[in-house]
Design a protein around this ligand. Structure first.
Ligand code: ATP
Length: 516
């Protein structure tokens, strides 16, 4: 049963709440905008995502080591990194609705609409000309399509120029020329465009004023750069080598919509790979393909993932690409891979006065390494996995008639619960006792759950809804021959197996090795 994309997003949000994946933060006080809490199933899924990332980046790479830096850092860190002066988003308000928007996002959305018009024309022609249709030829010759594409391109170029030049007036004129209307009020009554710094700040102890001003880190990467010397000395790693870190980041996002896609407090999984200058683009290509493979290994269809090259590179980058995922609201950034040159280390060296260099024994020379970074939001990955897994299906129920089930087809390695142990009925103490025994044994090795409430069919549905790969049912035969039925979440096949083999069966299904 295909779920409509518009509906899918709403369904995922309510499913997350109903099944203990994600709750709005401090909900009893009506929540806090763009801040969320992970519930009992959510924390398991999130931990599994982090484990997969950590295993593949740190454990499986001889040349990458881990780090857990503090959230608070010396304020000069953010001066050197450029965040104090330039970590801004352009904002614009609509005077009628009083709603606030990111100017660049309004423009991008309007450009996307123009491109959608071109695509619509192409789709119509595809149907009309059927087999004889040559899409490339049509796109480059049909007057209307060419006009749409050119128009979109012109505005894309103007946007890139305005963003690079930090030209707020130019951004406003693009909004005016594109005749963008406020999605809420429908009016074109816009304010000026202003810069807005996204860093949260707080005050250190009893030091008043600017001196005591601390920032909540807006990215984890800087904790890695300032520890470059410590890590390279203590681990004796030779270049190329990487430092990986998972941790919280904070951004005062102007428009915080789309659930956990854009949060004000979120978690990043970042790795900085330090290389010899001149070899960075080779490393960049390696990480591009390695990270794409990481996503595909989970079973995410290739059609839902794509590379998106950055149109306007940040001043410090010499290559940058996003891995986009097809969320229910379209293809959006899931991960960024950036070749950041020596910008960060150099800036920290200048401001701290400490040499952040590497002595290359092969070259017999010192240099500041170049950096290729991979940066993925753990929460966005969570949303991507849920969007991919959420399925509504018709299946035959116990009586053989059609029933609907919601099932999360998560990769078994990511599933919050690996196995549910269910006595067939609850009012037979010997069944309950046997089931408890099986559960108590399995829980040493796996995240398991025990459930004896309601009819067995309803219990299966509850496990499907959280993506549990296996349900183990203890029935009357189990009491005499020590066998149980194992139900597979996806195929629905039920197999009779000996209790002593359960652990091995589950282990095989959730073995991390299959992902590498
Ligand atoms: P966007 O363009 O969507 O604002 P970005 O380019 O600013 O993202 P980066 O600074 O490259 O993002 O951060 C790396 C990753 O961190 C992103 O690919 C994304 O997965 C995640 N991320 C960034 N901002 C947020 C946020 N507000 N909420 C959740 N995840 C985020």
């Amino acid at each position: 049963m295909a779920v409509q994309q518009d509906d899918l997003f709403k369904k995922i949000v309510s499913h997350c709440k109903e099944y203990g994946f994600i709750y709005p933060s401090s909900e009893i006080y009506d929540g806090l905008s763009a801040v969320y809490d992970y519930g009992p199933n959510g924390v398991e899924l999130k931990n599994n995502i982090k484990t997969y990332w950590w295993k593949s980046m740190v454990q499986m790479h001889d040349h990458i080591v881990g780090l857990d830096a503090a959230i608070f850092m010396h304020p000069k860190t953010w001066k050197a990194s450029g965040h104090v002066d330039a970590f801004n988003d352009p904002l614009i308000d609509n005077k009628d609705s009083k709603k606030r928007y990111r100017a660049d996002v309004l423009i991008e959305d309007a450009i996307e609409k123009i491109m959608a018009k071109a695509d619509k024309e192409v789709e119509k022609a595809k149907i009309k000309f059927a087999d004889q249709f040559d899409e490339n030829l049509y796109r480059s010759t049909n007057a209307r399509v060419v006009e749409y594409i050119n128009k979109a391109k012109t505005f894309q170029d103007r946007l890139a120029q305005a963003m690079t030049a930090n030209d707020m007036e130019a951004l406003r004129s693009i909004i005016v020329d594109l005749e963008v209307v406020c999605p809420d009020s429908g009016s074109r009554n816009w304010t000026e465009v202003r810069q807005f710094n996204l860093m949260f700040n707080t005050q250190l102890g009893n030091i008043a004023g600017e001196e005591g001003k601390l920032y909540l880190r807006p990215e984890t990467a800087q904790g890695i750069f300032v520890n470059f010397l410590n890590v390279s000395k203590t681990t004796r790693q030779k270049i190329p080598f990487g430092i990986a870190q998972i941790g919280k980041a904070f951004r005062n996002e102007i428009v915080a919509r789309q659930f956990i896609f854009r949060m004000r407090e979120f978690e990043q999984m970042e790795m900085q790979y330090f290389v010899k200058p001149g070899t960075e683009l080779e490393a960049y290509e390696y990480w591009k393909s390695s990270r794409m493979k990481w996503h595909q290994a989970l079973g995410t269809p290739a059609s839902k993932l794509k590379f998106h090259n950055h149109e306007n590179l940040a001043h410090y980058a010499n290559a940058a690409v996003d891995i986009q995922f097809e969320f229910p609201f379209g293809f959006k950034e899931l991960e960024g891979i950036h070749s950041r040159t020596d910008f960060d280390l150099k800036a920290h060296q200048e401001l701290s006065g400490k040499k952040l260099q590497y002595f290359d024994p092969e070259q017999n020379q010192n240099y500041i390494p170049y950096v290729v970074e991979t940066s993925i939001g753990c929460d966005r990955m969570f949303l991507a996995m849920l969007s991919n897994a959420y399925t509504e299906e018709n299946i035959p129920d116990a009586e053989g008639t059609d029933a609907t089930r919601i099932v999360l087809k998560l990769h078994p390695c990511l599933a919050p619960v690996k196995c549910a142990v269910l006595p067939l009925v609850k009012n037979k103490p010997e069944l309950v006792e046997k089931a408890r025994k099986v559960y108590d044994e399995l829980k040493f090795s796996f995240q398991c759950s025990y459930d004896d409430k309601d009819a067995i069919g309803r219990r299966y549905r509850r496990q499907d809804a959280v993506g549990t790969p296996y349900c183990v049912t203890i029935d009357f035969d189990s009491l005499t021959d020590d066998t149980v039925t194992v139900r597979d979440r996806d195929s629905l096949l039920q197999e009779r197996v000996h209790i002593s083999t359960l652990s091995q069966i589950i282990q095989q299904k959730i073995d991390w090795k299959q992902l590498f």
